[in-house]
Design a protein around this ligand. Structure first.
Ligand SMILES: NC(=O)c1ccc[n+]([C@@H]2O[C@H](COP(=O)([O-])OP(=O)(O)OC[C@H]3O[C@@H](n4cnc5c(N)ncnc54)[C@H](OP(=O)(O)O)[C@@H]3O)[C@@H](O)[C@H]2O)c1
Length: 340
């Protein structure tokens, strides 16, 4: 897949690709990144004419290079229509929910995507998984490195009610099995908790997470660590994974994470940036020692040229964006990031 000359480069970049879940938080940034790189993009949504998707039509290059189509993951015919003539698929759509009822949409929906992609002659599929498919393993010690070789423990996820992690893990395994069976090239991006400004007008769940700490509506934070990344880095990772040479991306996973933080550090960062908000201060666990950060590797994406955005910038811009879109009140005069 790696272009070997400028001429090939131009041909590659005129490719038609399809993004499922184009109007969502990550999907919108993936569409933007692809348009900026010269791809012709077909974006799918369950209701493309709905006002929650109109921001896509305002993206740079959208007029010439973006079309929107209706597709539902549970409606194979709609996926066939959406994928017809496409070189590549970015399968971003999935319910972001811990309700086990949505498991079939994540898992069978991914199977439907893979089989429609193969039937329509698509070459490569990039699937958006989650670090939830990799890090939920009680037997991994903090000294072990979380990387692309890791998988979450199904039984542990079931015992702890982490149905979202199970859904993402099962969807990713399904994508892998189907790619092998159908002869499709597959690359998988595993974003962690994704932060940053929103292109869409509705509030997505990972930014809502920040808003709840900022407004103190989440009364206490857990004694836990998590990995964080900027949404623009996640979008870039998708395109890099798509364009990576065959050997690297054939079946390749890419852990997309920039920093590991205890929740106390996350709320501390918010407090430094926005001291005027009634930020959550209490930990819900005052008995156990503080959870230790674990090691992780984002080397595979760095090797493809990804430079990760500092989380402070992602958080700052996420909050300003939530204020501008009416999801957070502006509490007092605040300083630009550079002055802090
Ligand atoms: N945000 C994070 O922190 C994070 C971290 C790791 C992984 N991820 C993964 O990234 C992807 C996007 O998540 P997001 O944060 O951008 O969430 P989001 O804004 O809620 O987007 C989810 C998208 O999935 C689509 N979708 C849901 N059910 C569908 C169905 N039955 N058929 C077709 N489309 C359907 C929605 O499309 P409609 O417009 O049709 O509703 C929406 O565009 C998901 O795969 C998620 O698991 C997210």
């Amino acid at each position: 897949m790696a272009p070997s000359s400028k001429a090939n480069d131009d041909i590659e970049q005129e490719q038609l690709v399809c993004v499922t879940g184009a109007g969502g938080f990550i999907g919108s940034w993936v569409v933007r990144e692809l348009l900026l790189h010269g791809y012709r993009v077909r974006g799918t949504a369950r209701d493309p004419g709905h006002s929650r998707n109109t921001h896509l039509l305002e993206l740079e290059g959208a007029k010439e290079k973006l079309s929107l189509l209706r597709a539902d993951l549970m409606d194979p015919e709609s996926l066939h229509t959406a994928f017809r003539g496409c070189h590549g698929i970015f399968h971003v759509a999935s319910p972001v929910s811990n309700d086990p009822e949505f498991m079939p949409v994540a898992v069978d929906g991914t199977r439907n995507v893979m089989s429609a992609a193969a039937a329509e002659g698509v070459r490569r599929v990039v699937v958006t998984s989650s670090y939830g498919a990799a890090h939920m393993d009680p037997n991994r010690s903090p000294n072990d490195v979380l990387d692309e070789a890791c998988w979450s423990d199904y039984d542990f996820c079931a015992q702890t009610g982490n149905w979202y992690c199970i859904a993402k893990m099962m969807a990713e395994m399904t994508a892998k099995e189907e790619a092998t069976r159908l002869g499709l090239e597959l690359a998988v991006v595993l974003p962690c908790v994704t932060m940053g400004p929103m292109l869409q007008k509705d509030l997505n769940s990972s930014n809502n997470h920040v808003g709840r700490y900022l407004m103190g509506t989440k009364r206490a934070y857990p004694n836990a660590v998590a990995l964080y990344v900027d949404v623009r880095d996640v979008a870039r990772a998708h395109v890099l994974a798509y364009e990576a040479p065959d050997g690297a991306a054939g079946g390749g996973r890419y852990l997309c994470a920039s920093v590991v933080l205890h929740r106390a550090q996350l709320v501390g960062m918010l407090r430094d940036l926005f001291p005027q908000y009634p930020i959550t201060t209490k930990c819900e666990d005052d008995i156990n020692p503080r959870a230790r950060p674990y090691k992780f590797s984002n080397q595979r994406l760095k090797d493809l040229g990804l430079e990760f955005t500092p989380l402070e910038k992602s958080l700052y811009e996420a909050v300003i964006c939530m204020q501008q879109k009416g999801h957070l009140p502006v509490m007092a005069k605040q300083q630009p990031l550079a002055n802090l």
